[in-house]
Design a protein around this ligand. Structure first.
Ligand SMILES: Nc1ncnc2c1ncn2[C@@H]1O[C@H](COP(=O)(O)OP(=O)(O)OP(=O)(O)O)[C@@H](O)[C@H]1O
Length: 488
């Protein structure tokens, strides 16, 4: 084994902070360089969650840093105590699965007595801990983020019930609230709470078998298993766990066969007191075309809503995120961001990333001036690349030859629904209006309808080249009119 130069790790960390600041976290300080042998650099982490996260999300920057600092073609591998001392008693092995954008987050902690101990591959993108049991069938797994713990969650009036219920479920899975159903708009912490539940249970009860998947993964696996005659494997996977966590369950809307299968999965788990945790962008009663029997089951336990954070909570979230990243941000900058962005925590985080990137590029400390410039309003004016809703409406109504009053009406004919959906999609993409605001403008529709419209357009863009060209034309027309407005 090669002798370890103590400066090596320090230099790697310095390189990462300079070149890859957004990925750096305070908990990186707990990482340790344990071996450097035959071109393989081993970094010890303090948990399997950290190990899987780093191996899946941060391998490239760490490898780049290690190669830049050593000048050699080294590979990096993340390990933890369990890798050093493999267990043979069939204890739980963490397997990962979650919603990094754009897919949903989900992590599994599957007990697999017959499996070998988890050992990440040095250069692979997926840890063997995340290796599926049945070939590639269950491979669409994502990774738990060490950031998404209860300690890092800010509880406020907007999420108190959901937070308290999540903690109760994590402390007593299967007995506190079953199912726990958390719903709310985008970026409001639903996935964070789901992952925090998983991590707490993994810490306190390592033998618990947890399966955490996105609803998309559930449905895709179901379809594949039906087609390949592997329903036995599918049912074994979903019905032999202690805790089943499914993110974005609203995707079950309109999916009759998936709903049917989920109904039986639910019953099986529920009847044997196993915990079910679900998240959704809408309350059970607002999920379109959800079978009555599922609707009532979703309401058996606790339904908790998360809403937009108030100013004080936004400030606290910003402070927590800044601390997690190990950066300095003066109070006036925190206050400025909290004032400017009132939509959701994801956007608050995005603002921190933008400001951090500006500071790194200009090699400056973060202050109010830099924050204002970074967020695009040094003059106090709205951002220049921001479009107005009217510009979008003009382009879309021109293209489809419809009137705004049609789009705002209750009419559901395709000649009206398509331009309405396109308007909602473009409004969400090109303006800062919230889902609620957009829905309100287009005939008092709720945010779930807007979400549904956006998804419909996105799906079509992927499968219909002619539609995609038309959307490009409208987008170009909108941009031209915005350019004209600016120059005129
Ligand atoms: N109360 C909170 N405290 C700390 N961080 C939060 C809080 N709410 C949200 N966040 C952070 O905001 C980001 C987005 O949260 P998350 O992914 O959980 O949202 P979501 O409700 O699942 O949204 P979506 O429906 O779009 O998936 C995450 O980084 C999360 O840590």
């Amino acid at each position: 084994m090669g002798k370890l130069d103590p400066a090596l790790w320090r230099d790697i960390m310095t390189y990462l902070r300079r070149r890859h600041a957004p990925i750096c976290r305070q908990w990186f300080e707990d990482l340790d360089l344990v071996a450097m042998d035959s071109g393989l650099l081993q970094v010890r982490t303090s948990s399997s969650v950290q190990r899987n996260y780093l191996q899946n999300k941060c391998l490239d920057p760490f490898t780049e840093a290690a190669q830049a600092v050593t000048g050699n073609l080294v590979a990096v591998r993340f390990v933890n105590e369990q890798d050093a001392k493999p267990s043979d008693n069939g204890e739980a092995v963490a397997a990962a699965a979650a919603k990094t954008a754009p897919a949903a987050n989900s992590e599994a902690n599957l007990a697999r007595p017959a499996d070998p101990p988890a050992e990440p591959e040095p250069t692979g993108r997926r840890t063997s801990a995340a290796r599926p049991r049945h070939g590639d069938l269950f491979a669409d797994q994502v990774v738990l983020s060490p950031d998404y713990s209860f300690d890092n969650f800010i509880s406020g009036p907007n999420n108190q019930l959901a937070y308290a219920a999540a903690v109760a479920v994590a402390n007593q899975p299967g007995t506190a609230y079953n199912p726990l159903f958390i719903h709310g708009g985008v970026g409001l912490g639903k996935t964070h709470l789901l992952q925090a539940i998983c991590q707490k249970i993994m810490e306190d009860r390592p033998d618990t078998q947890i399966l955490y998947v996105s609803c998309d993964a559930f449905m895709n696996q179901f379809i594949e298993c039906v087609q390949s005659g592997q329903m036995h494997e599918f049912r074994h996977r979903y019905r032999h766990v202690d805790v089943l966590v499914i993110d974005d369950i609203h995707f079950l809307a309109n999916r009759e066969r998936s709903q049917e299968e989920f109904f039986h999965t639910f019953n099986d788990l529920y009847q044997s007191n196993r915990q079910i945790v679900l998240s959704s962008d809408a309350a059970p009663s607002e999920i379109p075309h959800l079978e009555e029997r599922l609707l009532s089951r979703f309401q058996w336990g606790l339904v908790a809503n998360v809403t937009k954070p108030h100013y004080e909570t936004r400030v606290a979230i910003l402070r927590a995120k800044v601390k997690l990243r190990g950066i300095e941000m003066p109070d006036d900058v925190v206050g400025y961001i909290a004032n400017k962005i009132d939509s959701n925590a994801r956007e608050l985080e995005g603002a921190i990333t933008t400001i951090q990137a500006h500071a790194a590029l200009q090699d400056q400390i973060i202050d109010l001036n830099l924050a204002r410039t970074a967020l695009g309003d040094s003059s106090g004016e709205p951002r220049t690349n921001q479009l107005t809703l009217q510009q979008i409406i003009d382009a879309v109504t021109d293209h489809y030859n419809v009137r705004l009053s049609d789009l705002q009406s209750r009419r559901r004919h395709k000649s009206v629904t398509e331009p309405r959906q396109v308007c909602m999609y473009l409004a969400r993409k090109r303006t800062r209006f919230s889902l609620e605001e957009i829905g309100g403008y287009f005939g008092g529709r709720d945010h779930t309808t807007v979400m549904h419209s956006i998804r419909t357009v996105q799906d079509r863009l992927e499968s219909d080249a002619s539609f995609s060209r038309q959307l490009d034309q409208m987008d170009n027309a909108i941009q031209r009119s915005a350019d004209d407005a600016r120059s005129g």
